[in-house]
Design a protein around this ligand. Structure first.
Ligand SMILES: Nc1ncnc2c1ncn2[C@@H]1O[C@H](COP(=O)(O)OP(=O)(O)O)[C@@H](O)[C@H]1O
Ligand SMILES: [Mg+2]
Length: 371
């Protein structure tokens, strides 16, 4: 096991395509870290550079105490699991899993012991004599993971390993990978474009966009204190509502003026807002930080947004209200389900002011609440 450290790592592909830009990242020994971001943001490129499958244009990658920039993949002692599993089709499951150990000339009895132990853990002990084509998608996935585990590498690299599975199996495998990590404690870098997968799997997550790291933090940090507009909009579903308006000073406090309503901004933002009086900003509020009633955290007076209900989506205990106003084409609120609401009806949503964010407009759209 080992820490993996990226120091100002850049990758430029032929044709001046900068896929990764001066990336700094320290992955701790035994950590499960998830790189997440939209397609094309450079996630696979990062993994391939760590694995040694792609040359590093600039910067260094260190695994343990060794800089590996010039170390060939087979000498890096890490195992990668690909999206398409990349199993050898003509080999049995047993041979797929034991192949790398055989190349390393491990004693036959040890190979057999390791393969059987890992197959047992993954629940594929009965499948060892089958070939990949006789396996379901979920079973192939387990074999691919098993093949990585038997090697007992310093680190695992996973590139969207669950994206070929159906939704139910994906959720199951997610939990399995997590409990596997709790057991093995092998440093893991996991790549996905799915923010929900990132939130549920990662001890920390790294949000990327256009080859650059936007934020690194625990799932709760990234969710609760997003660094900028991109992270705020990318993490969470339904996404954070973004309202444009201005900061005004009024009656001792700072307010967000969206045109129809004035929302009192929390005092913790005062210092940051002083320089923004009269300027355009974006107010971010998550769907679950609004309520139909002024109870508890939603109590108060200067926290009300008047809206019209367009669509009601029942979710069981909760419902999503798709609303609009003159100034905002769509605002989504996730509230406790209740009867008696109709599309077309006017409502007032009460905001939990402790969960209001103010961002600078444009790129990168810095969160003014973070110092
Ligand atoms: N071999 C390559 N040659 C040229 N450009 C590439 C190559 N591989 C990836 N890219 C480009 O680098 C960027 C990042 O790609 P990638 O790392 O695959 O992103 P992700 O895995 O996040 O979808 C994209 O713009 C992609 O088109
Ligand atoms: Mg990719």
């Amino acid at each position: 096991m080992a820490e993996v450290v990226l120091d100002k790592v850049t990758k430029v592909y032929p044709g001046e395509i900068t896929a990764v830009r001066t990336m700094d990242l320290q992955i701790r020994d035994a950590e499960f870290i998830v790189l997440v971001g939209p397609s094309g943001c450079g996630k696979t490129t990062v993994l391939r550079m760590v694995a040694g499958l792609e040359e590093i244009t600039d910067g260094t990658v260190r695994i343990g105490d060794r800089v590996v920039n010039d170390v060939p993949p087979k000498n890096r002692d890490i195992a990668m699991v690909f999206q398409n599993y990349a199993l050898y089709p003509h080999m049995t499951v047993y041979k797929n899993m034991s192949f790398a150990l055989k190349l390393r000339r491990l004693p036959k009895t040890e190979i057999e012991q390791r393969v059987r132990d890992v197959a047992e853990i993954l629940g594929i002990g009965e499948l060892l004599e089958r070939k990949p084509k006789a396996l379901s998608g979920g079973q192939r996935q387990r074999v691919a993971v098993g093949r990585a585990i038997v090697r007992q590498p310093k680190a695992f690299l996973f590139d969207e390993p669950l994206s070929n599975l159906d939704a139910k199996l994906r959720v199951e495998m997610r939990a399995e990978l997590k409990s596997l990590h709790n057991r093995l404690k092998t440093t893991t870098i996991y790549v996905t474009h799915d923010q929900e997968e990132a939130m549920t799997l990662g001890e920390r997550i790294v949000v990327m966009k256009d080859g650059q790291v936007q934020q690194v933090g625990t799932p709760l940090e990234v969710y609760g204190r997003p660094a900028n507009l991109f992270v705020a909009g990318f993490v969470g579903s339904p996404p954070m509502n973004m309202l444009s308006g201005k900061v005004i000073r009024w009656d001792q406090g700072f307010y967000f003026d969206e045109g129809l309503a004035k929302i009192l901004l929390p005092e913790r933002l005062n210092d940051a807002l002083r320089d923004h009086v009269g300027k355009d900003v974006i107010m971010g509020i998550r769907p679950e930080a609004m309520n139909l009633h002024a109870q508890g955290r939603f109590a108060g007076q200067k926290n009300i947004l008047p809206l019209t209900v367009k669509v009601i989506e029942p979710l069981g205990e909760k419902m999503d209200l798709y609303c609009s106003s003159e100034n905002h084409p769509q605002i989504i609120a996730r509230v406790d389900a209740e009867a008696g609401l109709e599309p077309g009806q006017s409502i007032e949503l009460h905001l939990d002011l402790s969960r209001v964010h103010i961002f600078e407009p444009g790129e990168p759209g810095r969160n003014l609440g973070l110092t």
